[in-house]
Design a protein around this ligand. Structure first.
Ligand SMILES: NC(=O)c1ccc[n+]([C@@H]2O[C@H](COP(=O)([O-])OP(=O)(O)OC[C@H]3O[C@@H](n4cnc5c(N)ncnc54)[C@H](OP(=O)(O)O)[C@@H]3O)[C@@H](O)[C@H]2O)c1
Length: 250
């Protein structure tokens, strides 16, 4: 079956790695982020069909309007991955209302609007479909000073679980991938210098900082027909960091 996949945050580390993987296996792509020039530059590097549809997904009407345009050009969109997000490392008592709103708008509300539009379209075209949202390691374990982003991403994870339950019977799968620290623009403070990389590598059980490709490989699988019986799952791509603890020392 030929797939048409919508990648939001397509120019990011995870989104662009996903675009390259899906392009290589013959999917048609719909690429969204705010910066149209960066999207066009990405599309030029791909060999197959890629429709560039820029937009700000924090705006409530944007996702549905973009999907409508995508379907008019490429037909039903059967896969979707929301690779949009940001981070905030700030203690709870210093987190302002503005910080909190911005984090929830970009990480949770954008995911809600985009998944809602995708599901509404999938219900109309009645084809099996797969959506993958992105949470984070810090919503799976306690990390200091991550209260705002951890709770916004926990809400994303809950959104995926509930939507998976609502639409399982209709053949619409929804899963959530939780990356650990991954080299990207978003994580530049923690991955942008050799010193930061060395410090943060040591905190990971496998002594690895992720690349966009690591999470993209999992998302690619979840979007594929090989994952046809997998839904409502929370899948960590973090070298085990959410669950592995060091051996206590005597
Ligand atoms: N990197 C990590 O360590 C890490 C860890 C855990 C979870 N994650 C999650 O993984 C996902 C991808 O992260 P990444 O590291 O690949 O990020 P990234 O490289 O910073 O990319 C973010 C992408 O989102 C787009 N974007 C930002 N705001 C947008 C908006 N309002 N509307 C539409 N697009 C928007 C950006 O393009 P424009 O700026 O042009 O809009 C870019 O394409 C995010 O959900 C993030 O929270 C990342």
């Amino acid at each position: 079956m030929s797939h048409v996949i919508w990648i939001t945050g397509a120019t990011g580390a995870i989104g662009s790695a996903l675009a390259r993987r899906l392009d290589a296996r013959g999917c048609k792509l719909v690429l969204t982020a705010r910066d149209a020039d960066r999207l066009a530059a990405l599309a030029e590097t791909l060999s197959g069909e890629a429709l560039v549809l820029p937009g700000d997904l924090v705006e409530p009407g944007t996702a549905a309007a973009l999907l409508k345009q995508a379907e008019e050009t490429l037909g039903p969109v059967t896969g979707f991955s929301h690779c949009v997000g940001s981070t905030l490392i700030r203690p709870l008592h210093l987190t302002s209302e503005t910080d909190l709103n911005a984090i929830f708008q970009l990480n949770y509300f954008s995911a809600f609007h985009a998944l809602k539009a995708f599901v509404a379209a999938a219900l109309k075209h009645k084809q099996t479909s797969s959506a993958v949202l992105i949470g984070t390691l810090v919503a799976q374990a306690g990390f200091p000073n991550h209260e705002a982003i951890a709770s916004a991403k926990a809400a994303v994870a809950a959104l995926a679980m509930s939507a998976a339950s609502s639409y399982a019977e209709k053949g619409i799968r929804v899963n959530c991938v939780h990356p650990g620290l991954t080299r990207s623009a978003l994580s530049a403070r923690l991955t942008g210098t050799p010193e930061a990389i060395e410090r943060n590598t040591k905190m990971n059980p496998m002594n690895i900082i992720g690349e966009g490709e690591d999470s993209a490989a999992m998302i690619d699988f979840l979007l594929s027909d090989d994952a046809r019986w997998i839904t409502a799952q929370q899948l960590s791509v973090d070298g085990g960091q959410a669950v592995i603890h060091p051996l206590p020392k005597s």
